[in-house]
Design a protein around this ligand. Structure first.
Ligand code: AP5
Length: 207
């Protein structure tokens, strides 16, 4: 199964990807995580991406497409994956069509003010990378590790990311709707209820 998880920043794509990875063993490819991993290791790619990420802007298509192309090259034709945070522009979606077929695109709908609330309290574990909320935990609920706040999770950058989503990524809804690949879910509910909708979508045979 080859899926794209589509939605605004903070819509819960990473949270649902973790559930799906556990349930279906699907490889999780998050372009944001790849950039953050590169940044942690001070690679030229990470340092270049940081300029855009800190401003809440998109990293240029050429850089992202090269990175994703190399990553997907390592997959056998029958191997499944979930793309989280890619594509984000029509150019990236057209590029993806040239390198892989998709089984579906799951669109997570969440109102903007709920996004701001979620991202303002998001916390990530320094040790295992688990994502949680400071409203619920002050230590990692998975391994007990220390939590940190992502540099781009401040209100000004969150609002820039939302603006970029509406201006550049929302067009992908029609792009995938026209290809009969789009499945829309209400992601403003509790994570487990959202996951039930995701599982319902995956068991649905789209004709
Ligand atoms: P990226 O890392 O992809 O960030 P994003 O799209 O902004 O999405 P997030 O990871 O922030 O959110 P998410 O939807 O995974 O939500 P999460 O599950 O964590 O990208 C970062 C940057 O990298 C971009 O701004 C850009 O600069 C660059 N970049 C990346 N890909 C690119 C590309 N393709 N092209 C160009 N540039 C690119 O959940 C959020 C919070 O909500 C958590 O605290 C979680 O616990 C909580 N939560 C989750 N679900 C629920 C729920 N149902 N109810 C209540 N709370 C919930």
């Amino acid at each position: 199964m080859r899926l794209v998880l589509l939605g605004a920043p903070g819509a819960g794509k990473g949270t649902q990807a973790a559930f799906l990875k556990e349930r279906h063993g699907l490889a999780h490819i998050s372009t944001g995580d790849i950039f953050r991993h590169n940044l942690k290791n001070n690679t030229p790619l990470g340092l270049e991406a940081k300029k855009y990420m800190d401003a809440g802007e998109l990293v240029p298509d050429e850089i992202v497409m090269k990175m994703v192309g190399e990553k997907l090259n390592g997959f056998a034709p029958d191997e499944g994956f979930m793309l989280d945070g890619f594509p984000r522009t029509v150019g990236q979606a057209e590029f993806l069509e040239t390198i892989s077929k998709l089984d579906g695109v799951i669109l997570f709908h969440v109102p903007d003010e709920e996004i701001v609330r979620r991202l303002s309290s998001r916390a990530v574990c320094r040790d295992c990378g688990h994502v949680t909320s400071r409203l619920e935990n002050d230590k990692c609920p998975s391994c007990g590790g220390e939590l940190y706040t992502r540099d781009d999770d401040n209100e000004a950058t969150i609002r820039s990311r939302l603006k970029v989503f509406h201006e550049q990524t929302e067009a992908l809804e029609d792009f995938y709707r026209e290809r009969n690949l789009l499945f829309e879910i209400d992601a403003a509910k509790h994570p487990e209820e959202v996951f039930e909708q995701v599982l319902a979508v995956l068991s649905h045979d789209k004709d």
